[in-house]
Design a protein around this ligand. Structure first.
Ligand code: SF4
Length: 399
């Protein structure tokens, strides 16, 4: 089992025109200090001092966590280490933006225990970056990535494709420039906009052939030595893959700290729970400064919801669906109609089947979410096999 910790840092230099993540622009340094105190307090409230379960991955995301700077990130990681064992090989990722890091700061983050950075490049084209509302330019982005690679830590960069008017050749140029930096990992996302963001109306009028771009991105990156292990995630070798994301996609437990952060209990005998801090920095700070847990939402998940998530996540990755694990973890016998539907989808070239497993082809991966809904509609959820589940006796009713 992989045990993960996520810290949501809700600050950015300014808001990008497409972004729906919970973050606020231009925070005063005193607010950054209060935030770090809040993380320390939330950690103290949430994790017992003698907690023995190690944290295999720590992910500082946002927002723009590098806005906190080296000393505050050092304090957060120190607080984590005071309460949690980070075993040798634990993956500690920091999300950074090109405009907020220098080579000296990268050294400082490494000293603090960061061993992987994820850089929000999005594009090396100044025109694209201006359209997206990013603060950095292409030159700054490339310098930041090369400085991180030179640091000797694991480096991932994010790219966005599918901008209005962007041609296939434009996309290829971006991919080639990204690969030439020597990064071991790349995330390439199609541009989407949250409703209500400034770019949403512009995107509604977009005319690019988005399915073509998906195949073009996957094929070109494979040619550059970066192969997909998830719809939007590419790595040079298995060791370059994001352990944190792989654990999340496999329904492993994680603890989230910070406003808007989610936590997941892990799955036991077909049940799990998810909770989340409300996206309200003031309420989060005020609660913790008065010694209380921050306001939270909560949901219990049963086999039906977990199955849909497990199938969706499995079809989005090259790890595929582990049918035996689904049966053991969720206590579900998927039944003959599910198996027959797998056969039909394999005959259509969307899945590859092997004993106890199904994996999407690239064509199937492009349709992963739709296939997941289709497949789960063929599962016989009434055929529970809880008696066969090795973990059912340890199930707490609301976990
Ligand atoms: S830097 Fe990232 S988190 Fe911040 S506004 Fe831009 S896209 Fe959103």
């Amino acid at each position: 089992m992989t045990n993960s910790l996520y810290v949501h840092v809700p600050f950015c230099l300014r808001k990008c025109g497409y972004c729906g993540f919970y973050s606020m622009a231009s925070p005063h340094p005193s607010l950054l200090d209060r935030f770090v105190h809040g993380v320390e307090a939330e950690l103290a409230l949430t994790v017992a001092p003698d907690a023995s379960a190690p944290r295999d991955t720590v992910y500082l995301g946002g927002g723009t966590p590098s806005l906190l700077g080296v000393s505050r990130i050092t304090r957060i990681l120190h607080a984590v280490r005071q309460r949690q064992v980070l075993p040798p090989g634990a993956e500690v990722t920091l999300e950074v933006n090109p405009e907020t890091i220098t080579a000296a700061e990268l050294d400082g983050y490494v000293m603090a225990g960061v061993n992987r950075v994820s850089i929000g490049v999005q594009s090396f084209s100044d025109r694209d970056l201006a359209f997206l509302g990013r603060v950095h330019d292409g030159k700054r982005a490339e310098a930041a990535v090369r400085a991180a690679v030179d640091c000797g830590i694991r480096v991932s960069l994010d790219l966005i494709y599918g901008l209005p008017g962007q041609s296939g050749d434009d996309v290829i140029e971006q991919l080639e420039r990204a690969a030439s930096t020597g990064v071991g990992h790349l995330s390439a996302y199609e541009l989407t906009c949250e409703p209500g963001t400034p770019l949403a109306p512009v995107l509604a009028a977009r005319t690019n052939d988005r399915e073509d771009l998906f195949f073009l991105v996957h094929e070109r990156l494979a040619g550059l030595g970066l192969t997909a292990y998830e719809v939007s995630s590419f790595a040079r070798t298995p060791a370059d893959r994001s352990m944190h994301n792989l654990a999340t996609w496999a329904h492993q437990p994680y603890l989230g700290l910070g406003p808007a952060a989610h936590s997941f209990s892990g799955v036991a005998a077909g049940r799990a729970s998810r909770c989340w801090n409300l996206p309200d920095l003031d309420a989060w700070l005020e609660s913790l400064e008065h010694g209380h847990a921050p306001p939270r939402g909560h949901e219990n998940l049963g086999p039906e919801q977990l199955l849909l998530e497990r199938v969706m996540l499995g079809l989005r990755t090259t790890l595929g669906l582990d049918l035996e694990a689904i049966r053991a973890d969720l206590g579900i016998d998927l039944g003959d109609p599910f198996a027959a539907r797998l056969d039909e989808l394999a005959a259509q070239g969307l899945l590859t089947l092997s004993p106890g497993a199904a994996t999407t082809t690239l064509s199937g991966m492009a349709l992963a979410d739709r296939l997941a809904v289709d497949l789960t509609a063929h599962a016989h959820l009434n055929r529970l096999v809880e008696a066969e589940s090795p973990r059912s006796s340890r199930l707490a009713p609301d976990t």
